[in-house]
Design a protein around this ligand. Structure first.
Ligand code: ADP
Ligand code: ADP
Length: 223
C-alpha cells in the first residue's frame, strides 16, 4: 500500500541552513495494517506522516502508493490520489469555522461536486457513530468542546470511506473516556479493513496497533 525507499526530507531554513528531518527511511505498510508512529518531540513523526499522506514531498528517495511512484506525479495527480485514498485527522480539529457540523462533515465532498442528498444520511450516521448527538448537527464548531470537535473531524475524514486513515495525535488533549472511545472507533475501522497510520505519544494507544514505527532524530529504529 505505502512503501518508503531511501527517503530523505530536508527543510531549508535559509540559503545556508537546513535540517535533515528524515534520514534514509525505508519501510512498507500493507493494506489493513494499524501502524503507530512513536518517538520524541522533534524526531520527525509529523514529517513522516506528511510525506506518507502526500501533503509534502520528499527531498530524495521514492514513496510508492498502491504501486505508483509518487515522485513522478504532477501536483494535481498527487492531490487526486490523496483525495481518492486518504482520510486525515490532524492534532487540532480540522473543521471549517462558521460552518454547521453536518455541512462541515460533507464540505470536502460538496466542494468536489458531490450531491448533498447523496451524502447527508451517511454524514448523520457517522456523526452518530462518533458520538455526536443529532440535535448538535446545526451547531458551529466553536460551540463544541475540543473532544467533540475531534469526533466531528473523525466523521469528516471517514465520509468518503478512505482506504487509509492518517491521524496525528488523535487522542491528545482528550479526557481518558473520550480517548478510549476514539481508540475503540479506530479498532473497529481497522477490523473493517481501513488501514490506519497514526502518530501518538500515547503508549497505550500505540500498543493497540499491529505495528510500530519508532523514530529518533529523523532515523527509523529497528523494532
Ligand atoms: P515531530 O512530529 O516528531 O515532533 P517534526 O516532523 O514536526 O517532528 O519535525 C522534525 C524536525 O524538522 C524538527 O527539527 C523540526 O523543527 C523540523 N521541521 C518540521 N517542520 C518544519 C518546517 N516546515 N520547516 C522547517 N523545519 C521543520
Ligand atoms: P441554529 O442555526 O439552529 O440556530 P446555532 O448553531 O446558532 O443553530 O445554535 C445551536 C444551538 O446552540 C442553539 O440552541 C443555540 O442557542 C446554542 N448556542 C448558540 N451559541 C452557543 C454557544 N456559544 N455555546 C453554546 N451553545 C450555543
Amino acid at each position: 500500500m505505502i512503501m518508503f525507499e531511501d527517503v530523505n526530507k530536508e527543510y531549508f531554513l535559509t540559503r545556508r541552513k537546513s535540517i535533515l528531518a528524515l534520514k534514509n527511511i525505508n519501510f512498507s505498510i500493507n493494506k489493513g495494517d494499524f501502524v503507530s508512529i512513536v518517538g520524541p518531540s522533534g524526531s520527525g513523526k509529523s514529517t513522516l506522516l506528511a510525506l506518507a499522506s502526500l501533503l509534502d514531498k520528499q527531498t530524495s528517495g521514492e514513496i510508492w502508493i498502491d504501486g505508483t511512484k509518487t515522485s513522478q506525479l504532477k501536483d494535481s495527480e498527487r492531490t487526486n490520489l490523496r483525495f481518492k485514498l486518504f482520510g486525515m485527522i490532524f492534532q487540532f480539529a480540522s473543521l471549517t469555522p462558521g460552518v454547521p457540523l453536518l455541512e462541515n462533515v460533507m464540505l470536502p465532498l460538496l466542494l468536489r461536486g458531490e450531491k448533498r442528498q447523496h451524502l447527508e444520511a451517511r454524514a448523520l450516521s457517522l456523526l452518530q457513530t462518533v458520538g455526536i448527538k443529532e440535535d448538535y448537527t446545526s451547531h458551529l464548531p466553536y460551540q463544541l468542546s475540543g473532544g467533540e470537535q475531534r469526533r466531528v473531524a473523525v466523521a469528516r475524514a471517514l465520509l468518503k470511506r478512505p482506504e487509509v486513515l492518517f491521524a496525528d495525535e488523535p487522542t491528545s488533549a482528550l479526557d481518558a473516556v473520550t480517548a478510549k472511545e476514539i481508540t475503540n472507533l479506530f479498532q473497529r475501522l481497522n477490523q473493517q479493513g481501513t488501514t490506519i497510520i497514526m502518530v501518538t505519544h500515547d503508549r497505550q494507544l500505540a500498543k493497540e496497533g499491529t505495528s510500530l514505527l519508532e523514530i529518533k532524530d529523523g532515523e527509523l529504529l529497528k523494532t
